[in-house]
Write a protein that binds this ligand. Structure first.
Ligand code: PRP
Ligand code: URA
Length: 178
């Protein structure tokens, strides 16, 4: 039977995103030349929420782009090793930009790596940074996010589910064990 435990509620998610937004501003000494890129699915609403928070603080509208990256798989336990970047025809002007990739969960790091590759294929950004709501560990590549909402130690058997109002009509982070 699947057991589910709540890790973050709506307020905790929003607090984490507020902190990440402030850290982005601080690390980059403002928000000039920043391009946020949300990784589908839930990285997109997270990037939009961060953009809204940055606007509240800095009064600057930072652009938000989208990357569609998925694994060919039946479920999370049967991922193939290669994530696939789908919208390769969508190109952003990344030259000299600070590109901040945004995703809900980082696990093996393979999605982040595919996103980094996709951005590098588009041009020559000044920096690429990575923001995630949840870092659940178990990296298979030397990739570490610059901005983390919450580090959650997990076993490989567990699954972290991020639910957002925009995609799931709910705001919760759950950990599930089969
Ligand atoms: O670090 P990794 O091992 O690559 O795992 C992290 C990725 O897995 C999840 O995406 P998923 O493939 O479940 O797609 P979804 O977000 O569209 O549900 C999550 O949203 C990250 O993009
Ligand atoms: O547990 C996991 C692992 C990868 N991606 C998720 O969204 N959850």
């Amino acid at each position: 039977m699947e057991k589910s435990k709540e890790l973050l509620d709506e307020k905790a998610i929003q607090r984490a995103l507020t902190r990440i937004s402030h850290e982005i501003i601080e690390k980059n000494k403002g928000v000039e030349d920043i391009l946020l890129i949300g990784i589908k699915t839930r990285g997109i609403p997270l990037a939009e929420r961060i953009a809204r928070k940055i606007y509240e603080v800095e009064n600057v509208k930072v652009p938000v782009g989208v990357l569609d990256i998925t694994f060919y798989r039946d479920d999370l336990k049967h991922k193939s090793v290669q994530p696939i970047v789908h919208n390769t025809d969508v190109k952003y002007h990344v030259d000299d930009k600070i590109v901040i990739l945004v995703d809900d969960v980082i696990y093996t790091g393979r999605t982040a790596r595919a996103a980094i590759d996709a951005v590098i294929d588009m041009g020559r950004p000044k920096y690429i940074q990575l923001a995630v709501l949840i870092d659940r560990g178990h990296r298979e590549l030397p990739i570490r996010p610059d901005f983390v909402g919450k580090n959650i130690p997990t076993s490989k058997e567990e699954i972290v589910r991020v639910l957002l109002e925009e995609t799931d009509n709910n705001n919760l982070v759950l950990i599930e064990k089969n």
